[in-house]
Structures are given as structure tokens and as C-alpha cells.
Write a protein that binds this ligand. Structure first.
Ligand SMILES: Cc1cc2nc3c(=O)[nH]c(=O)nc-3n(C[C@H](O)[C@H](O)[C@H](O)COP(=O)(O)O)c2cc1C
Ligand code: SF4
Ligand code: FES
Length: 571
């Protein structure tokens, strides 16, 4: 049953640095080892005719990990020789990402099948902790069971992955079955393919742009008038961003953010698995508008079905002449939440660790490979063709409570029918609970997360605030990627905040001290029966004020909200 609720008798969640995250591990092998010819030959064969480019390092690490089930030290050494870069560089990248398993020559390789069980909030509410324990206790042969952060299936909690096979509403029997049968590949959902999209009028807006029947200034004006804002979480006006990038000197690039790692968020996945072409049309229009000669589409490794869909569909666009103005490169993430932060994503696309950059300069000025770069979220681009086709007034008119447009809220937690709710921007939490069929049986509404793990926690009596950009800040919260997690009287807010802080501790990239040490200290303080208000306030302040990026700056939000809104849970 529920592990983070009061009174269910379950022991508290254990500390959970995700195995394989490796960000704090020591090198498993000594320096100066001898290069073996069979390892060189194996790596050469894997890379085949691919260009030996430093920026493709993560793609090559994936090739080795997929083939070998891990990254053997000898292969890494051979890869460093092949790319003519220092071994230390290969090693620091390989150990940064949770989905890579570096194995020293004296170490045992990991078991053949890895089962990942999501232990982020919505899955913890649905019993993830018990599932981890039950599977670990079974000691399945050739199977290891590890914890993992949000997999974008929070509405089907608890979520798990057997190899690359996502498992919704996971239970021990389902997972054991798949793992022992070696069913580790994703099932491809039914989605709208190229032909049916075109038949329904798809790609007509892009064709009009490419043919000169639409002007960039009109396209930008429509997005601005429609009120389209960045749906990756920051809410920056999209038309304005396109203008800013266009104003920079060519050559320019574009990067699509498909990392969707904010716990509670799954809207991008829903669109990509349902209507990939609407997003792809928006992406191609954006590349045309900013004259980006290449687009780097960064897709999280947790969405293997989406990666396959893109691999199948992109060549069809190319064959139809719809990508003549740009070249699309798909880049696969490797399990690091921080790579959703745009500058960290850019570092990752360049084949490096996902360390956020200091700003200024902004990525619109100096982004990928030093070039001005347009970065947009998947859903932001998804709305572009509809706005251009149906008009700015149509989109703007969909909002309520002073907000403009439609919004895709990812709703999970204690509601009857969790799922993605497409409704008016500016909807309230109370609206969303109604649209999800009300509270789950036996649960009374107590609180909610308005914006995923980072956006804070609000009490039920504040459920009538419009969930839109800029409306929650005065309450110490923000709406971010519109991931709303509903909590009930059975949920202990201290345990909820601790789950969120553990997530930030695990996912901190480690670059700056306030976040690296602050999240660790906060987790230790929050594990105590009585929270030390003074120390937690101090740590929170330092993290918020001095962290380099949004992860460390927002990490204290849930703690601050517990002090502010849930004093009864602190007694
Ligand atoms: C810690 C952190 C994580 C983020 N994760 C994501 C993400 O997973 N997906 C995303 O699109 N944006 C994410 N963002 C926001 C991006 O930095 C950026 O604002 C966005 O991709 C820009 O696209 P948009 O204007 O279309 O929203 C994150 C930001 C921070 C600070
Ligand atoms: S705030 Fe955290 S995630 Fe961001 S750069 Fe610093 S250590 Fe890395
Ligand atoms: S899939 Fe578990 S919280 Fe999102």
C-alpha cells in the first residue's frame, strides 16, 4: 500500500541514490591500462562507418551499452582512442548518466535484465516502495531491480520498465513475467501516421511557409497574439523567442527539448505517442522561421517507443521534401533529469555531461556549438500548426480566468481517473479534480502540487487559484510544466516533501555547492522526526539564492510550503 501516507504501518522510504547514476563514484580501474586489440576491433565494428565525432560520444556509449549490456572499461578505452580524446573525458561522461553502467575489468557485469521502478511521488503514492522490496526479495535470476525517477507514466502508477519495456500499473507478477521471458523491448502504440495526417490536411501550413505563401513576421505575430508560451515550464512567450533568435547572426540552430523529466509530467509523451506529426510540423515551421540549418531533437531514453516512432516517421518527411530547409538529428538522452534544463541539454547534445551553463550569454545568443539556438519544448511546437491554421483568436479565446489558450495538465495522484486533461489555460485545481472524476474512493482532498516536484505544495483551501504562469509565485509556488499531483488526508506532507527533496538530491548534477550539498543536507534534516526549522530555512535560503540553475533554486519550494501551509503535519 501507500508508503508515504500516515498510518499504513510501512517503514519510511529508504535513501535512494539511483544505482548506475555514478555521479559520485570513484573510477573502478587504474590508469595506464594496456589497450587490447579485440576491444579495439569490437568498438570499430560497432561504430562502422559513423563519423568519429566527439559530439557523438553519448550515441556511441549507447551503442556499446545496448550491445554489451554495460560499458566495459576496455571498450571505453578503445573508444577514447578511436575518437582521439582523453580516457578521462569518456569516463566523466559515461559515469554522469544513470542509464550507463561502467564496469571495471575486475568487476562483474550487471545482470542481463534491469528492472527500473519509479519511486517519484505519484508512484510512491501508488505503492512503489513495496513493489521494489517485493521484487528485490524474490532474487530473480539474471535480473536486477533498481529505483528510478519519474518515467512519464504517473497517471498509470506505479510505473516500471523491464529493460526498455514500460510497464503501467506495475505489479510484481507482471514484472517477473516480462523479465523472465526477456521481453525487454517497447510496444509501439497506435499513432497517427504520416499518410493519415496528410490526408486530414496535415503539413499544409508548413508547405505554405516553405512556398512563401506565409511570411515569418505573420507567423510570429500569430503565435504572439494567440498567447502561446513555452510549455517546458518557463512560460517564455514563443513568438518573442523566435524573434530574438532570428535577430542573432546566422548560422543558427534549433534544439527540441523532449526530456520531460519533471516528476508528474507526461503530456509530451501523450502527444508524441498519439500525434507525432503535429509536433513534427511545428518543429519544421520553427526551423524555417529562425532559418536553422539543423535541428537537434533531444529525446529522453525513458521513451523508447517515441524514439522508434521518430526513427520510422522522420524519413517519410524527408522523402516528401518537407525537411529540405533543415537537417534533423535525433539525440537520445541517457537518464539525467538535469538535461531538461536547456543549457544542460545543449551540453548533452554536444556529447558532454549535462552541466547547466552560466548565463548570460543565453542559448538564444550562444547555444549549440557556439551558435544562436532556438530551444522549444515538444508541446510548445505541437500547438504551432493549429494556431496558424485556426488563427490566434481561436487559441487565445480558449483560456479562462484571464489566461490565454489551451493547456495540457498532467494530473496524477489521488483522483479517480488520472490522466492528461486538455482544457482552458487558467483552470483551477478544483476544475481538474472534477474533470478527473473526483477524488479517489476513500480519499479527501488535502493538498496539491501545482507544478511538479519543483513548483511547491498548496493546501486544498487554495484550490481556486488559476493554474497559469505568473499566478502562483506570490504563494511561493509556480505552475511550470502544469504537472498537478493531488494529495489526500492520508498523505503526510513531511513525507511528500522528503520524497521530492530526495529526487533533487539524486538528480543534482553536482556542479555547484549550494545545490549539491544543500540537497544532501536537507534530506538528512528532513529525515529527522522533528524538523529543525532554523537549519532548514538556512539551507533553503542558500540553495534558492546561490544555486547556478533552476534545479537548486526551486528544490526548497516544497519544504518552504510545508512550513507555511501545513504546520499541523510538523507536530
Ligand atoms: C531543472 C530544469 C528542468 C527542466 N526540464 C525541462 C524538460 O524536461 N522539458 C522542457 O521542455 N523544459 C524543461 N525545462 C525548461 C527549459 O530550460 C526551457 O525553458 C524550455 O525547454 C524552453 O522551451 P519552451 O520555451 O518551449 O518551453 C527545465 C528547466 C529546468 C530549470
Ligand atoms: S543548481 Fe544543482 S543542478 Fe543546477 S548547476 Fe548547480 S548543482 Fe547542478
Ligand atoms: S512515472 Fe512515477 S511519478 Fe511519474
Amino acid at each position: 500500500m501507500n508508503d508515504i501516507s500516515k498510518g499504513d504501518g510501512a517503514p519510511p522510504l529508504r535513501r535512494s541514490i539511483h544505482p548506475g547514476s555514478g555521479r559520485r563514484r570513484a573510477a573502478p580501474f587504474p590508469r595506464g591500462r594496456v589497450l587490447r586489440q579485440e576491444e579495439v576491433a569490437a568498438v570499430k565494428a560497432l561504430l562502422g562507418d559513423l563519423p568519429r565525432e566527439r559530439a557523438l560520444l553519448i550515441e556511441y556509449l549507447h551503442l556499446i551499452q545496448d550491445r554489451e549490456g554495460c560499458l566495459p572499461e576496455g571498450h571505453l578505452h578503445a573508444l577514447s582512442e578511436e575518437l582521439r580524446i582523453p580516457m578521462a573525458e569518456v569516463y566523466e561522461v559515461a559515469t554522469f548518466y544513470a542509464h550507463f553502467d561502467v564496469v571495471g575489468s575486475q568487476e562483474e557485469p550487471p545482470p542481463k535484465v534491469t528492472v527500473r521502478i519509479c519511486d517519484s511521488l505519484s508512484c510512491a503514492l501508488a505503492g512503489a516502495e513495496g513493489l521494489v522490496r517485493s521484487l528485490q526479495d524474490q532474487h530473480l535470476p539474471g535480473v536486477r531491480v533498481v529505483r528510478a525517477p519519474c518515467m512519464g507514466a504517473c497517471h498509470r502508477a506505479p510505473a516500471a520498465e523491464v529493460g526498455h519495456r514500460p510497464v503501467d500499473h506495475a505489479n510484481a507478477a507482471k514484472i517477473r513475467d516480462l523479465a523472465l521471458r526477456g521481453e525487454v523491448h517497447p510496444e509501439i502504440p497506435t499513432y497517427e501516421g504520416f499518410d493519415s495526417y496528410v490526408k486530414a490536411g496535415g503539413y499544409s501550413v508548413l508547405r505554405a511557409c516553405l512556398a512563401g505563401a506565409r511570411q515569418v513576421k505573420d507567423v510570429v505575430a500569430a503565435l504572439s497574439d494567440g498567447g502561446l508560451r513555452g510549455l517546458g515550464g518557463a512560460g517564455f512567450p514563443t513568438g518573442r523567442k523566435w524573434e530574438l533568435v532570428r535577430a542573432e547572426k546566422a548560422p543558427r540552430l534549433m534544439a527540441v527539448n523532449g526530456d520531460e523529466g519533471e516528476p508528474g509530467t507526461f503530456k509530451d509523451r501523450v502527444y508524441l505517442e498519439r500525434e507525432p506529426h503535429k509536433f513534427l510540423e511545428g518543429m519544421a515551421i520553427a526551423a524555417w522561421a529562425v532559418e536553422a540549418d539543423a535541428v537537434f531533437l533531444y529525446m529522453r531514453d525513458e521513451y523508447p517507443a517515441v524514439l522508434r516512432i521518430l526513427k520510422a516517421e522522420l524519413p517519410r518527411l524527408e522523402a516528401a521534401g518537407l525537411l529540405a530547409h533543415t537537417k534533423v538529428h535525433v539525440r537520445r538522452g541517457a537518464g539525467a533529469y538535469i538535461c531538461g534544463e536547456e543549457s544542460a541539454m545543449i551540453e548533452s547534445i554536444e556529447g558532454k555531461r549535462g552541466y547547466p551553463r552560466h548565463r548570460p550569454p543565453y542559448v538564444a545568443q550562444v547555444g549549440l556549438f557556439g551558435r544562436p539556438t532556438l530551444v522549444n519544448n515538444v508541446e510548445t511546437l505541437y500547438w504551432v500548426p493549429s494556431i496558424l491554421e485556426k488563427g490566434a483568436a481561436w487559441f487565445a479565446g480558449q483560456g479562462k480566468n484571464g489566461a490565454k489558450g489551451l493547456r495540457s495538465y498532467s494530473v496524477s495522484g489521488r483522483v479517480k481517473q488520472p490522466g492528461m486533461v486538455l482544457t482552458a489555460a487558467g483552470s483551477t485545481c478544483r476544475d481538474l479534480i472534477d474533470l478527473c472524476g473526483g477524488m479517489a474512493d476513500g480519499h479527501h482532498f488535502k493538498a496539491y502540487l501545482p507544478g511538479g516536484a519543483s513548483g511547491g505544495i498548496l493546501p486544498a483551501y487554495m484550490a481556486d487559484i488559476p493554474l497559469d504562469f505568473g499566478r502562483l509565485e506570490k504563494h511561493g509556488c509556480f505552475v511550470g510544466s502544469h504537472a498537478v499531483v493531488i494529495l489526500s488526508h492520508k498523505d503526510d506532507m513531511k513525507a511528500v516533501a522528503l520524497n521530492l527533496m530526495r529526487f533533487f538530491e539524486d538528480e543534482s548534477c553536482g556542479q555547484c555547492t549550494p545545490c549539491r550539498n544543500g540537497t544532501e543536507k536537507a534530506v538528512a534534516l528532513m529525515g529527522a522526526e522533528r524538523w529543525n526549522a532554523e537549519l532548514l530555512a538556512d539551507v533553503s535560503q542558500v540553495m534558492a539564492d546561490a544555486s547556478i540553475c533552476g534545479l537548486g533554486q526551486a528544490a526548497p519550494n516544497p519544504v518552504k510550503c510545508v512550513f507555511k501551509y501545513f504546520p499541523e503535519d510538523l507536530r
